[in-house]
Design a protein around this ligand. Structure first.
Ligand code: ATP
Ligand code: MG
Ligand code: FE
Length: 336
């Protein structure tokens, strides 16, 4: 069976061709709109919707030719129905539905977060729930228990900013461009993580909740109380201290949730799961506690089409595909 996965919830226009049985990613190209939004320091919904509209056909054609298949080989389409930006979601959904109608095949609306959590499964397809999941992306930071049958129980989420937002907003304050997550990771490599102590919120609280808005304020104060030259000269050490604070918060609450649930498998997904320090710190803890830890490939950590098709394939295998008539939904939590 050949699947076309389409992702358009935010600022990546992504299409992928996957084969199931045996599972294989045949292609997974994307167009990132980063340049278009960097000017504004964040994603502008209208600009994003227009860029999706301009690129989606090209990226889809690229996915098909790279996979060395033809359009008529596609058996089913999976697209992101939410959460995300309304305009961008509608572009992907309309394209998916139109193409599905033309080809006489079904188009299934998939939850973007379920997609992020299915990305690790592409590398380790023997993963089976129950397991603990950590979603760390541009818009979400949450710990969710996943049980067989796509049953999700929320253990805790952020009260304000997401981890990716914390990276991006702090990065802009220290003079980096949006999105700053990957840049902070690069600048921080081999630098002094103890250079400045940035706050870690809610650490003493017995829950799985996160908060990053205080960190943002602390970074702003820090930047204001130092000269631009000082910030520039010590950028690596500041980035390392920042990364240390964010990763520390994520790891502490993940350990809390592992203890709380007694789960022996942890799956991480979302853009921030590309972060090397997070991989290293969670890796150390899980290794010493006999916990299986699964991350997506670096490419599949951020938004891509393969993760959307992956979620659909996981569902198809247990007969739990959604109705083809589902509407797009900007707000679509995995668990309340
Ligand atoms: P959501 O999935 O919540 O709807 P999104 O789709 O916009 O949000 P993703 O594409 O999953 O988010 O992730 C983008 C985020 O990941 C950005 O905030 C970016 O800074 C961050 N990010 C990407 N690479 C890294 C990295 N190496 N280290 C830290 N953060 C990173
Ligand atoms: Mg993005
Ligand atoms: Fe995402």
């Amino acid at each position: 069976m050949i699947w076309l996965g389409i992702e358009s919830s935010c600022d990546e226009t992504a299409c992928a061709i996957l084969r199931d049985d045996p599972l294989e990613i045949l292609s997974n190209p994307l167009y990132s709109q980063i340049q278009e939004h960097a000017l504004y320091g964040g994603v502008v919904p209208e600009v994003a919707a227009r860029a999706h509209l301009e690129k989606i056909t090209t990226i889809c054609q690229e996915a098909i030719s790279e996979a060395k298949i033809s359009l008529s080989d596609i058996d089913a389409i999976a697209f992101t129905r939410g959460p995300g930006l309304m305009g961008p979601l509608l572009v992907g959904a309309s394209f998916a539905r139109g193409l599905a109608r033309d080809l006489g095949i079904p188009a299934y609306g998939i939850n973007h977060l379920e997609g992020h959590l299915s990305a690790a499964w592409l590398t380790e397809p023997d993963l089976e729930p129950p397991y603990l999941t950590l979603t760390v992306s541009g818009g979400h930071t949450e710990l969710v228990l996943e049980e067989p049958g796509f049953r999700y129980t929320l253990l805790g989420r952020t009260r304000d900013d997401a981890a990716g937002e914390a990276f991006d907003k702090s990065g802009i304050l220290i003079g980096l461009k949006y999105p700053a997550g990957a840049a902070i990771g690069k600048l921080a490599a081999g630098k002094n993580r103890k250079f400045h102590h940035f706050p870690r919120a809610l650490q003493s609280e017995d829950n799985g909740e996160f908060s990053f808005s205080g960190l943002k304020t602390a970074v702003r104060r820090y930047v204001e109380s130092n000269t631009p030259e000082f910030i520039q000269e010590n950028l690596g050490d500041i980035a390392a201290s920042l990364e240390d604070a964010i990763v520390d918060s994520l790891v502490a609450k993940t350990i809390w949730a592992l203890k709380k649930t007694g789960m022996k498998t942890l799956i991480v997904g979302g853009g921030v799961s590309a972060n090397h320090l997070l991989r290293e710190r969670l890796g150390k803890y899980c290794e010493s506690h006999g916990i299986r830890l699964a991350f997506p490939t670096l490419y599949n950590s951020t938004d891509n089409g393969a993760m959307i098709a992956a979620a659909a394939i996981r569902r198809a295998r247990v007969g739990m595909l959604p109705e083809t008539s589902t509407e797009v939904k900007p707000w679509l939590p995995l668990a309340l």
